[in-house]
Ligand binder design. Structure first.
Ligand SMILES: Nc1ncnc2c1ncn2[C@@H]1O[C@H](COP(=O)(O)OP(=O)(O)OP(=O)(O)O)[C@@H](O)[C@H]1O
Ligand SMILES: [Mg+2]
Length: 254
């Protein structure tokens, strides 16, 4: 069996008396589209906040690409190869699509301030290479017609894609998507499954997504983890999870 790209080991996090994440262990293999489902407040976003190091776990470990990352500062997560989008899009409203994507560059910048000031050839080379990365992502997600438009003028579905595009500009091995279909109409939601496939198969990133839309989950995922009250209820193939008695109980609340 191949080595997991990401694994968590008995991960827990409480807020006051609330066990937001309760002894969660799972692993995601390279190339998977792994979905996390569960009722509101189940701890899905908290799990992402732990993996992306915005929160410190109370206990447990996170291993990414063979390295323990539970103690790594959040600003180093991107350079290790983990990118994420947020449940509510966080883009610069008054900037263009292209400018929003270029902002992703800082994390991969290997030059220092001195060489940037002197504009050494290495900086020019790096800038050029990054422009190519951005153009490739624009092609991948079919964003050509929006590249020079200001974010504030775009439909919500396109904004959500720009956030994904920006995340891909750091060339992540692992992409965390927090509710990619929220706020989208059925047609836009259909598009989500297509670009997830492109990100997974053409771009080659492993994807973990938190998602409420079960038909999107069933279409896009290799495996699904259901959580409730911070804890894992079941992990398995999409159809098995949908029909799982305990998962149904967690949703129906009896
Ligand atoms: N920063 C925080 N401070 C206090 N409590 C928090 C914080 N973040 C999350 N919680 C609590 O932790 C629990 C899990 O929240 P979380 O946002 O992870 O759930 P979720 O599964 O993402 O829900 P949703 O589907 O509504 O997005 C909730 O009870 C929530 O109120
Ligand atoms: Mg959430």
């Amino acid at each position: 069996m191949s080595e997991a790209l990401l694994s968590t080991h008995s991960l827990s996090l409480s807020f006051g008396g609330v066990r937001a994440v309760d002894d969660v262990s799972f692993e995601v293999m390279p190339g998977e589209v792994f979905s996390i489902i569960g009722p509101n407040g189940a701890g899905k976003t908290s799990l992402f906040n732990l993996i992306s190091r915005l929160y410190d776990a109370d206990s447990g470990d996170i291993v990414f690409d063979g390295q323990k990352i539970s103690d790594i500062p959040a600003h180093r997560i991107a350079e290790l190869g983990i990118a994420r989008t947020f449940q509510n899009t966080e883009l610069f409203e008054h900037e263009t699509v292209l400018r929003n994507m270029l902002i992703g560059r800082h994390v991969h910048s290997r030059t220092n301030l001195f060489s940037e000031l002197l504009f050494l050839p290495s900086v020019a080379r790096q800038e050029l290479a990054f422009r190519q990365v951005v153009e490739d992502v624009i092609d991948l997600l079919d964003l050509q017609s929006y590249r020079d438009q200001v974010i504030g003028s775009l439909p919500y579905g396109v904004r959500k894609m720009v956030e994904v595009a920006r995340a891909l500009c750091i060339q992540p091995k692992l992409l965390l998507l927090d509710e990619p279909s929220s706020g989208l109409n059925p047609e836009e939601t259909e598009d989500v499954s297509h670009w997830i496939e492109d990100v997974s198969q053409d771009y080659g990133a492993t994807v973990i997504m938190v998602e409420h839309d079960m038909s999107l989950v069933a279409r896009a995922s290799s495996r699904v983890m259901a959580v409730a009250d911070g804890a894992v209820v079941a992990i398995g193939a999409p159809q098995d999870i949908q029909n799982h008695p305990e998962v149904r109980r967690a949703y129906l609340g009896d």
